[in-house]
Each structure stands twice: as structure tokens, then as C-alpha cells.
Write a protein that binds this ligand. Structure first.
Ligand SMILES: Cc1cc2nc3c(=O)[nH]c(=O)nc-3n(C[C@H](O)[C@H](O)[C@H](O)COP(=O)(O)O)c2cc1C
Length: 354
């Protein structure tokens, strides 16, 4: 019996297996609206056997976009463009999720294949960024520190985007509190130097992320709610795995169902040694200390490795990103490799069955 190919139910929503597609920005939206590319891109993973397909970091407000080419959910046109994409994922038997995001001080940057680097100037279609404190990410423009009204707006933007996501048919919502984006900027003492109730102690720094999680829970009571954390900044004086476990416990108490444990992205001087499964110990730590269900992610590129992670009790599911880009039918291949007898090999493809 393969653990990877056993189902997992969160808040009544059953993923047919535990091999999931990690959110991946495509930098291919127009005015925040997903395009035909997104449709094909996401649907193919569902045909390819994924249990859950999480759509890319999708901005809850225009100024929350990483780049001008990001998807959004701050208006109804965007919602209506997501709906057929969700239907395509669901009709292929996978659960559709979406990552809700605000990039904070890492917003308004050129997308990777624009031919430019760093911040987009206002004259070129960029915008003034906002963050907990007016401290720039190395190489980017300096953000404005959010005032209390700005913080309240972030909370209501996440809630409104969550409502639209549910209207579009998504069943899983992932709050992006990782990779150095706005909510992670609040969590880390390296980027949050506020002296009001949103800074200082761990409770203070976690206040906005927890308000967002509570607001999303309230706006989308039926959603399975995942929170992605970076469990370490990989930098001296930063946020770490113990902090992550503590805040994950608080988030669980506010209605988060599951935690997606990644790392890094907060500062350019981070020191990371990557390798196969390099973030698994972080996921295992959060799972053990906080007693919450988690997925591992990051350079877990083969089925046997993913199966071992689950068998070892280090995680409850595995997300992969680039392996799905290399082979959109990774799930079907992985099931074959593990000898799992799945009943969702597409009938149109059955002659190729492993
Ligand atoms: C093209 C690309 C886009 C990505 N975009 C996002 C994103 O939108 N949100 C996010 O949390 N992580 C993003 N990531 C990180 C992935 O979700 C994943 O955590 C990372 O690639 C490590 O997993 P892997 O080794 O299986 O690719 C992206 C990665 C890639 C390769």
C-alpha cells in the first residue's frame, strides 16, 4: 500500500492522493486575469494524476503583485476567468487550490523573462510598495511602512479574495506567509522593526498574519485552509523553525487546517545549502512540535523519496514544483513506480499505462 497514493481529507475535502502541485508563478497574466496558458498549464497536472493543484501566488490587491504580470483576485473579472480553470482541474479529478498573496516590499519587480531585473519604476508601470517597515529588500526600491488603515486594508483584501476564490469554485485556499512576501515580512524581525502592536514580540509580529488567517477562515468557512510558511530565514537574527511551530499552533487554533513548509526568501544574504529534501527537517520539526499536519516541499523529485518522507512520519503530503514542469504526468508515472493501483489514469491515455 502506497502512502503517497492514499487519500487525505481536510475539512471534508478529499484529495485522492498526497502528491500535490506546488504553487508556481507563470508571470503570464494580463491585468491580473489568468489566460489560456494558465488553463492548459494547471489542467495538465490534474490529468497527470495530482491530488491537489495549487494555482500560483495570486495577488489580493494590485499593489500586492510580485510583478505586473501576476494573476489576481481583487476583482470579479479575475474571478470569472479563474472559474473555467477550476472546472478543468476538478473535471480531471484533482482538487483545485489557489495561493492568496501580497508581495509587500518584494512587489513591483520585473518578471524573470522580461529581460530586466529589480524594481519596476512607476514610469514603467510599477508602483510604490508597502511593508511592515521602510526597509528595502536588497536591490529593490524602499517600501513605505503600512499604517493601521493600510494593515486593515490588507486583511479585508485577503478576505475579499478568499470569497472570490470560493465563488470561482476553489476548494483549497493557501495563505502565502513564506518566501519573504508581506506576511513573512511581518513575521521576521529582520524586516519588521515596528514599535506598535504589529511588531516587537512574536505575538506582535504574528498579529497581521493571524488576522489574515482568521479573516480568510471567516470569509471561506468551507475551504480547506493551508498556510505556507518559510520555516527559517537562513540568516542570523531571523525567524526560525521554533517560531514557525509556535505560530502554526496559533494559526491552527484560528482555523488553519494544514501547513506547507518551505524556507527562505526574506533577505538576499540568506545562506542556504540545498539538496534533495533539504526542507524536510523543517516540515518534520513543525509537525512534531506543533502537532499539526504538514507537507514537505523542495527538491523531492521522485516517488520513492516522497514515499519515504511519508513513511518516516516527517510529513502528511508532498508538494513538488519543477518535477511537474518537467513531466506534467508525474503523478501517473509516480503511481506506476510505486505500484499503486490508481483508478484515475485517464481512459484516453490508457494504452500508455505503466
Ligand atoms: C516557476 C516557479 C514559480 C514559483 N512560484 C511560486 C509561487 O507562486 N508561490 C510559492 O509559494 N512558491 C513558488 N515557487 C516555489 C515552488 O512552489 C516550490 O516551493 C519550489 O520550487 C521548490 O519545490 P521543487 O524543488 O519541487 O520545485 C515557484 C517555483 C518555480 C520553479
Amino acid at each position: 500500500m502506497s502512502l503517497l497514493f492514499s487519500p487525505l481529507t481536510l475539512r471534508g475535502i478529499t484529495m485522492r492522493n498526497r502528491l500535490w502541485v506546488s504553487p508556481m508563478c507563470q508571470y503570464s497574466a494580463v491585468d491580473g486575469i489568468p489566460q489560456e496558458w494558465h488553463h492548459t498549464h494547471l489542467a495538465q497536472f490534474a490529468s497527470g494524476g495530482a491530488g491537489l493543484v495549487v494555482a500560483e501566488a495570486t495577488a489580493v490587491s494590485p499593489e500586492g503583485r510580485i510583478s505586473p504580470d501576476d494573476t489576481g483576485l481583487w476583482n470579479d473579472r479575475q474571478r470569472d476567468a479563474w472559474a473555467p480553470i477550476v472546472a478543468a482541474i476538478r473535471s480531471r479529478g484533482a482538487v483545485a487550490g489557489i495561493q492568496l498573496a501580497h508581495a509587500g516590499r518584494k512587489a513591483s519587480t520585473w518578471s524573470p523573462f522580461s529581460g530586466h531585473r529589480g524594481s519596476v519604476a512607476v514610469a514603467d508601470g510599477g508602483w510604490q510598495t508597502a511593508a511592515p517597515s521602510a526597509i528595502a529588500f536588497e536591490g529593490f526600491e524602499t517600501p513605505a511602512a503600512l499604517d493601521t488603515a493600510g494593515i486593515d486594508a490588507v486583511v479585508s483584501d485577503f478576505a475579499a479574495a478568499a470569497r472570490r476564490a470560493m465563488e470561482a469554485g476553489f476548494e483549497v485556499l493557501e495563505v502565502h506567509a513564506a518566501h519573504g512576501y508581506l506576511l513573512h515580512q511581518f513575521l521576521s524581525p529582520l524586516s519588521n522593526r515596528r514599535d506598535d502592536e504589529y511588531g516587537g514580540s512574536l505575538e506582535g509580529r504574528a498579529r497581521l498574519p493571524l488576522r489574515v488567517i482568521a479573516a480568510v477562515r471567516d470569509a471561506a468557512p468551507a475551504a480547506a485552509l493551508i498556510v505556507r510558511f518559510s520555516a527559517t530565514d537562513w540568516a542570523d537574527g531571523g525567524w526560525d523553525a521554533d517560531d514557525t511551530a509556535t505560530v502554526a499552533g496559533w494559526a491552527r487554533d484560528l482555523g488553519a487546517d494544514f501547513f506547507d513548509i518551505s524556507s527562505g526568501g526574506l533577505v538576499a544574504h540568506q545562506q542556504i545549502t540545498t539538496g534533495p529534501g533539504y526542507q524536510v527537517p523543517l516540515a518534520a520539526h513543525v509537525r512534531r512540535v506543533a502537532g499539526v499536519p504538514v507537507n514537505a516541499v523542495g527538491m523531492i523529485d521522485d516517488a520513492a523519496h516522497a514515499e519515504r518522507i511519508l513513511a518516516g512520519g516527517d510529513a502528511d503530503a508532498v508538494m513538488a514544483g519543477r518535477e511537474w514542469l518537467r513531466d506534467p504526468h508525474y503523478g501517473l508515472r509516480a503511481a506506476g513506480e510505486l505500484g499503486a493501483d490508481i483508478d484515475y489514469w485517464p481512459k484516453q491515455y490508457v494504452r500508455a499505462r505503466l
